[in-house]
Design a protein around this ligand. Structure first.
Ligand SMILES: [Cu+2]
Length: 505
């Protein structure tokens, strides 16, 4: 099967348009000149005013996390990594309206930060160095302090270099004091691709990727070349599934040969909160012997939708409810297109676990697949239907040959983030359209808002965008600040496939 050609469509299109003396549709405005819009800064009083206006319970959840080097045991294979003491970090759990007061102590040898993925929090606590705060220096500390305004399944990770692809991540669960969903218990399931301290460091991977793969021609079958993976393809992802070869895939920090075990009673209704914390891997998830009912994605409820399997891109979350049978079952997370799996066990009775070397494709993963475009926002969270006041179009550009992933062909510069800023005004209904001019899928992510897929789809903050496709995302501009938007493939993001949506005064 041809892996792909390396003349990315976006690059050739832009080059052709440049030759013709015009700019691509949706090109960003020129860098903010002194006469340009005055972008609100995170220190503007308005951010504090909006925070004070959020419905708050008065309760404060005080947590301290220390980021530091440590060792993870992967079924007997030691992995020297960086973590918050364990991987994943302990679950942070609080109620909607509670304040989180979290001290990050940075005992890493480099600067760090924590981003609160999916939360519509105050902008100056969003954890993006140079955009919303100064980086937390090695040996330093920073206290994040904000109200969690919406219930749901969220997670946190550094927004500093490639640290996300180490062991620095955890779940933030915001409970609804008036939870309408009935269930007997709930489990947090974090999926992750792993190589740190076993095969390479994430920084070495980035160096290898940025060195380029060259023209590999047609790849007859998938194979790894060092840290790079050739020929990983997925029909569901529209072609190239991913580019990094990971020796392990983990559920809650554990490989399939030493799985996490969830104990329950037959007949229990369980809410499973699935979080994809991977760097370069989408997962296809199934629970053997069960159908799943999707109840939420990216924290927000959807009309309940039943299926056998789910596809979850990096940064996405899905909550599902299952009614458990009697026996021993396997929660499978297959690295989509990469022919590897993570397993956890669900035990309500006796049984034999699935082998960890299932043949591909595993029959357990061939049932009805639920994707985000089949979902509809629950009535209570659907946006009212009205025409957008402002439309922003961002084209995804670049490719593997030059490893020049970007928005609109303009690489993001973390030291000059407003060069890539799109102005919006508080109160507007904004339609943000991403057009994928590349030959690979990308999980696009917007900070600080939960948009709705235009046309009545789900509320989300991270969406899979297939090659050659476009996606229109509507949101209400109700959370002033400078908000990053980027590809949540870690290595694409680090290659500067990022931009900013910023409120103006
Ligand atoms: Cu990407």
């Amino acid at each position: 099967m041809p892996r792909r050609t390396f003349l990315a469509g976006g690059i050739s299109t832009i080059a052709a348009m440049a030759l013709a003396g015009c700019t691509p549709e949706g090109a960003p405005p020129p860098a903010a000149a002194p006469s340009g819009p005055r972008f609100l800064t995170p220190t503007d009083a308005v951010v504090g005013e909006r925070e004070a206006a959020r419905a708050a319970s008065g309760a404060v959840n005080r947590v301290s996390l220390t980021a530091r080097p440590g060792r993870l045991d992967l079924a007997g294979v030691p992995a020297d990594t960086w973590s918050y003491g364990q991987t994943p970090a302990p679950v942070i759990r609080q109620a909607r309206g509670d304040r989180l007061e979290l001290e990050l102590v940075n005992d890493l040898p480099e600067e760090s930060s924590i981003h609160w993925h999916g939360l519509a929090l105050r902008n100056d606590m969003d954890g993006v160095p140079h955009l919303t705060q100064d980086p937390v220096p090695a040996g330093g500390s920073f206290t994040y302090d904000f109200v969690t305004p919406h219930a749901g399944t969220y997670w946190f990770h550094p927004h500093s270099g490639t640290q996300l692809d180490r062991g620095l991540y955890g779940a933030l669960i915001v409970e609804d004091p008036a939870e309408p969903l009935a269930y007997d218990s709930e489990w947090v399931v974090i999926l992750d691709d792993w190589l740190d301290g076993v095969q390479a460091t994430p920084d070495q991977v980035r160096t290898d990727l940025e060195g380029g793969m060259g023209d590999m021609g047609d790849m007859p079958e998938m194979h790894a070349m060092g840290n790079l993976l050739m020929g990983a393809v997925s029909d569901v992802l529209g072609g190239d599934a991913g580019d990094v070869s990971y020796p392990f895939h983990l559920i809650n920090g554990r490989p399939a040969t030493d799985p996490d075990v969830f104990e329950a009673t037959p007949g229990d209704r369980v809410r499973i909160r699935l979080i994809n914390a991977a760097g370069d891997t989408a997962y296809r998830v199934a629970l053997t012997g069960h159908r799943m009912t999707v109840t939420h994605t990216d924290g927000f409820p959807v009309d309940h939708t039943e299926g056998d399997t789910l596809i979850i891109g990096m940064g996405e979350r899905y909550d599902v409810v299952v009614t458990l049978g009697d026996g021993l079952f396997t929660l499978i997370a297959e690295a989509e297109g990469k022919l590897r799996q993570a397993h956890a066990q669900v035990r309500t009775g006796a049984g034999t676990p699935l082998p960890t070397d299932l043949p591909f494709p595993a029959p357990e993963l061939q049932g009805k697949l639920v994707t985000a475009d089949q979902l509809t926002a629950a009535p209570g969270v659907a946006l009212d239907q009205r025409a957008p006041d402002r439309e922003i179009t961002i084209r995804l550009t670049g490719g593997m040959e030059k490893y020049d992933w970007a928005f609109d062909g303009l690489p993001f510069d973390m030291m000059r983030p407003m060069r890539n800023a799109h102005p919006i005004v508080e109160g507007e209904r904004v339609r943000l359209t991403f057009v994928n001019d590349t030959e690979m899928w990308h999980p696009v992510h917007l900070h600080g808002h939960t948009y709705q897929h235009a046309g009545g789809g789900p509320r989300k903050d991270t969406s899979i965008l297939l090659p050659g496709k476009r996606i229109a995302l509507d949101f209400d501009a109700d959370n002033p600040g400078r908000w990053l938007t980027h590809c949540h493939n870690l290595y694409h993001g680090e290659a500067q496939m990022m931009g900013v949506v910023a409120y103006t005064a």
